[in-house]
Write a protein that binds this ligand. Sequence first.
Ligand SMILES: Nc1ncnc2c1ncn2[C@@H]1O[C@H](COP(=O)(O)OP(=O)(O)O)[C@@H](O)[C@H]1O
Ligand SMILES: [Mg+2]
Length: 216
Amino acid sequence: MSCDNFKPADVVWHDGHVQPEDRRRLFGQRPLTVWLTGLSASGKSTLAFTLERRLVDIGHACYVLDGDNIRHGLNKDLEFSHRDRTENIRRIAEVARLMNNAGLIVITAFISPYRDDRQLARTIVGAENFVEVYINTPIETCEARDPKGMYKRARAGKISGFTGVNDPYESPGTPDLTIDTSIASPSECAGKVLAEVMARIAVPEGDRQHTFRDFR
Ligand SMILES: Nc1ncnc2c1ncn2[C@@H]1O[C@H](COP(=O)(O)OP(=O)(O)O)[C@@H](O)[C@H]1O
Ligand SMILES: [Mg+2]
């Protein structure tokens, strides 16, 4: 008798008992992924965490997936080759999709330099839940900020594969929103994105669950 290994193809999806509509009513919001893309030091993390704070303050369930933070855990096995950057983005998009399925608003802050990778992210998350925000801060400003001294090291030839200096950045052709953090404060930038987010997450007035079954 032959014996096969248990394979991925043998795994079957198991449906849950809570529908997206239930989660929409529970949180009083539609889920959304706000995908920030831009050069290092363009202001992605600052904007992401400012926006998260604002959303939570007004009662929305929200979470930031930040490039540097994710590379400390989930993606710490990945480097900065084109292939690893693609895998980095694929995993993040899958996590964002799961969080959206859980009903949350997700803000991602990754350079995500390749157009094809961002398109893949849009496909994984689902176009209806995806907003691409291009942080179009001039490279001169990013370089002048250089909070981690990386531009300096890249210009001096001490590191290779650094986006914008010796690695490509493919800017979005038709982003949903463009933000230049060299001409507006973090709070002003977050306000602009917040307006776009609020328009997309709104659920009908009164369509929030306020009564719950007794647990006994
Ligand atoms: N709107 C803004 N106005 C002024 N400085 C900003 C603004 N947004 C970010 N910065 C500054 O730019 C630097 C890089 O920001 P950061 O959010 O870490 O960029 P990224 O995550 O894109 O690498 C930080 O020192 C931050 O304080
Ligand atoms: Mg950052």
